[in-house]
Write a protein of this length. Structure first.
Length: 161
């Protein structure tokens, strides 16, 4: 891959990839490290005939995050209450206040709901693409998305009262 291509890809997508990884691990420093590792892997192993880079980057980010959890056996450390997370740095990354509230509420969902909703709202993927990225079945993504939207609606209504 040409150096200018990876630089362009990094500039266009690093914020999105970081927010996705952060939504999974809920730790700023780990998310920063895994984001960098995602792009290093992109430099090394981006398929030559990759029709769409973004889904591939999300798949790499997901795999690296879960590999990290598995290797460090600290997954339970990341299952935090959403109220304990410091969002000040993510708020700087997410300019629109409406999306900040949405992102905060997403963090209160369970793991699969966070994955599906983050990939939908912040990356703009369709359900079949989310299924491919996450390894979930298409029907599971549909059910998770539906339930998560209902929960999000309630959470956002509670926050706006």
């Amino acid at each position: 891959m040409a150096d200018n291509n990876i630089e362009k890809i990094y500039k266009e997508h690093n914020r999105r990839i970081f927010l996705y990884i952060f939504s999974l691990c809920r730790n700023e420093h780990i998310a920063e490290d895994l984001t960098q590792e995602t792009f290093v892997k992109a430099i090394v192993s981006l398929p030559e005939k990759c029709s769409s880079v973004l889904p591939w980057l999300y798949k790499v980010a997901s795999n690296l995050t879960y590999d990290y959890f598995r290797e460090n056996k600290r997954y339970s450390d990341f299952e935090l209450n959403g109220d304990l997370i410091d969002f000040s740095f993510t708020d700087r990354l997410i300019a629109e206040e409406e999306y900040q509230l949405l992102y905060h509420c997403i963090q209160r969902l369970d793991e699969n709901e966070r994955k599906v909703i983050t990939l939908h709202y912040f990356a703009g993927f369709r359900q079949y693409e989310i299924a491919s990225i996450t390894g979930l079945s298409y029907s599971a993504v549909r059910v998770i998305a539906s339930r998560a939207r209902e929960k999000l609606k309630k959470l956002m209504e509670e926050e706006q009262v």
